[in-house]
Every structure is written in C-alpha cells, then in structure tokens.
Ligand binder design. Structure first.
Ligand code: DX5
Ligand code: ZN
Length: 223
C-alpha cells in the first residue's frame, strides 16, 4: 500500500490582526517573510459576534498579491457567498460545520470552480461531525478558540480532536491538511504539531512579534 506523504508545514498569518486601514501593508509584511499563505477571516456579525471584511476587500488585496488566499468563512449562510469569494480570488474556502448548510453541495460548488475547500469545527464540536466529509476536503480546521475575535486564549482541550482527525487521515490514506487557528504562538504550534496539525494560523502573535520574519522562521522550524 502506498502511504500518503506527510504534508509540509504551512504557516498562514491571519490578516485580522493587521491594521485594517492598511491591509495591503499587512500582506506585504507576510510576503516579505517569504511565506506563501495568508489567512483571511470573514465574519458576518451573526454566526460570530463580530464583523471583519468582505469580497470587495479580498478582491482589492488580490490585485498585486500572489499569496495563497486561505479564506475562513464565519458566516451563517456561507453558500450565499461562495461565488463572490471565488470571483474575488480566494484559493481555498473553509466553512463551518455548525452552520448546518448543505455542506456537500457547497464543497461540490467550490470544487467545480477548481478551488480548494475546507471544513471547520469549533472547540465544542465533536470531530465525528466532520467525519463524513473527510474524503472530499482539502483541509480540516480545528478551532482552538471560539471564533469571532483575535487574541483569545488557546484551548488545550481540543488536542484530542486533532489526534482523532489525524488518525482517521492516516488510517484512510487521506491527505487533507489539519489546520489550527486561535491563540497560536510558537510553543502552541509545536504542541499542536505533535497531535497531527500541519497548518498553523496566527494573527496576534505574528503581527505583534518584534521581528515577524524571525517569528515565521521559528514557528516553521519548531513544527
Ligand atoms: C478567530 C479567527 C482567527 C484569529 C486568529 O475568529 O478565526 O483567525 O483571528 O487568532 P489569534 O489572533 O489568536 O492568532
Ligand atoms: Zn480564522
């Protein structure tokens, strides 16, 4: 049997923690660290108690950037906005299982447009909820805080869920990425990697770091 090769670690800084009056500079900071991904947090004030930015901003950021746009939709009705984000330039679109949307249909519509899709589970959602979709996703995001705000405390109790998802991935020879998001710093990234995570989002820790490039190097060399 051919075993899947392990995914190379990816660090995706979240633009949520950048200066929102100057998001383009935030992107430039990420590019100057020679990173390939940026994490875009999209909030609707319903699914989460906060607002961020929408497709127009993503489209404007797309102009002049070749970063991989990892787009995390925290929307009550994500299916209404898939086309808009694809047209805006998203490369990967992740939706929450808790939205109780017709998830398989949403994934199919993303795949039809040759983009990648991800499934997100909140800290209190059982990994079994994600299980039926594992063979059709490119990424599973396990939230390590309740979504809505940057700068919250990391939830260590989610680690067993990562482990469970990583076990399913290995035993079924699947290759989806396992991402963590919320309260991630170098130490927590290392901890999550021991439980199977390979894709790490950090907003606050990256944008507040004394040296962003040193932070990026450190996080990637520690996982
Ligand atoms: C939370 C968002 C995260 C978050 C990152 O709703 O999905 O991407 O901003 O969190 P920090 O700032 O803790 O790294
Ligand atoms: Zn996020």
């Amino acid at each position: 049997m051919n075993l899947p090769s392990p995914n190379l670690p990816v660090f995706a800084p979240s633009l949520l923690a950048a200066d929102h009056a100057d998001l383009r500079s935030g992107l430039a900071e990420i590019e100057s660290c020679r990173l390939k991904w940026v994490h875009l947090d999209i909030m609707d004030g319903h699914f989460v108690p906060n607002l961020s930015f929408g497709p127009q901003t993503v489209s404007d950021l797309r102009t002049g950037s070749s970063l991989f746009f990892d787009t995390h939709l925290m929307l009550e009705q994500p299916q209404r906005f898939i086309d808009s984000f694809i047209e805006a330039g998203s490369d990967l679109i992740s939706i929450h299982i808790e939205t109780a949307t017709a998830i398989a249909d949403v994934f199919a519509s993303i795949k039809e447009r040759s983009k990648q899709c991800g499934l997100v589970i909140n800290p209190d959602t059982a990994p079994e909820m994600a299980e039926p979709y594992l063979d059709c996703v490119d990424l599973v995001l396990v939230m390590t805080v309740n979504p809505g705000f940057g700068g919250q405390d990391f939830r260590e109790d989610v680690l067993p869920k990562l482990e469970r998802l990583a076990q399913w991935r290995d035993s079924r020879s699947l290759q989806f990425r396992l991402q963590v998001d919320g309260g991630i710093n170098v130490e927590r990234a290392r901890l999550c990697s021991r439980f199977g995570a390979d894709t790490f989002v950090a907003g606050t820790a990256f944008f507040k770091a004394e040296s962003r490039s040193a932070f990026a190097e450190e996080i990637l060399s520690s996982v």
